[in-house]
Ligand binder design. Structure first.
Ligand code: DGL
Length: 269
């Protein structure tokens, strides 16, 4: 199976696109809902939680795990790749979603000014600026943390008056900081769920960029370039779900992500 991990529900926006582009594979999704959100937690905590979840996905038969979470990709990926995999799991792979998104993002702007909405953890890591700079050195990148958004999504407040207020506040702030921004990347997998209030607050000249389809296309490229990994993946088109919260909580929440009628398994560490 391909493991897909997120702090909570957000990674379902990545899973949905993976299923669309690569429907033949089996997926095992793990949402650490009981400990979400990760966004404002310390580097050490995000690393520890993410590693625990990656180990769980490995132990359940995933040779490849995608961190469908920008915060975990920013705070834990490199350390897992450098300090854990070579020693404990030399034949397994963990991929993040920041680099593949950074590789493509320059194509979305005409003015050369890009806005990034992300969690505080992702913004603090500076990962997007660093990665984007490799591929598009002249692109101006303005990062903006939206610490309240993931908790609002996680708790089902996707289009309430309060949510609309907080969405508009951040959109206004980033465009005030750089009025030449013509594309904003939603660099937290929870944010696509705020599409409605985001579209209401964003002027038409500014494009919203969703990373799910980018990540799915890049995963497809990866599997094409790594036939040895591709050959190890089971192909029955099935998806299973794990959550650190209760199964009922996850099954209900997943409906907002278009995943109706799923059954989840609850796990405790
Ligand atoms: N969905 C996650 C991301 O892409 C993090 C949300 C959170 O747990 O704060 O960054």
């Amino acid at each position: 199976m391909i493991g897909v991990f997120d702090s909570g529900f957000g990674g379902l926006t990545i899973l949905r696109d993976l299923q669309k582009v690569l429907p033949q594979y089996d997926y095992l999704y793990l949402g650490d809902n009981a400990r979400a959100p990760y966004g404002s937690r310390s580097y050490e905590t995000i690393y520890r939680y993410t590693l625990q979840c990656v180990r769980e996905l490995f132990s359940r038969g995933c040779p490849l795990v995608i961190l469908g979470c920008n915060t975990a990709s920013a705070r834990a990926l490199r350390r897992i790749q450098q300090e854990v995999l070579p020693f404990e799991f030399p034949d397994r792979r963990v991929l993040g979603i920041i680099r593949p998104t950074a590789e493509e993002i320059g194509r979305y702007s005409k003015t050369g000014h890009i806005g990034i909405f992300a969690t505080a953890g992702t913004v603090l890591s500076d990962s997007y600026s660093i990665e984007i700079n490799h591929f598009y050195p002249s692109l101006k990148v303005v990062q903006h943390a939206c610490p309240l958004w993931a908790p609002l999504v996680e708790y089902g407040e996707r289009d309430s008056e309060g949510t609309r207020f907080f969405v508009k506040r951040e959109v206004d702030a980033i465009l005030q900081e750089d009025p030449e921004i013509d594309a904003i990347l939603l660099a937290c997998t929870h944010y696509p769920l705020l599409e409605k209030p985001l579209r209401q607050s964003t002027p038409d000249r500014v494009r919203l960029v969703f990373q799910g389809s980018i990540v799915a296309e890049k995963t497809s490229d990866y599997l094409f370039r790594h036939p040895e990994m591709e050959a190890r993946l089971s192909k029955n088109g099935k998806t299973s779900f794990l959550t650190t919260d209760t199964a009922e909580f996850f099954e209900k929440g997943a409906e907002f992500f278009g995943m109706d009628g799923i059954s989840a398994e609850s796990l405790t560490f």
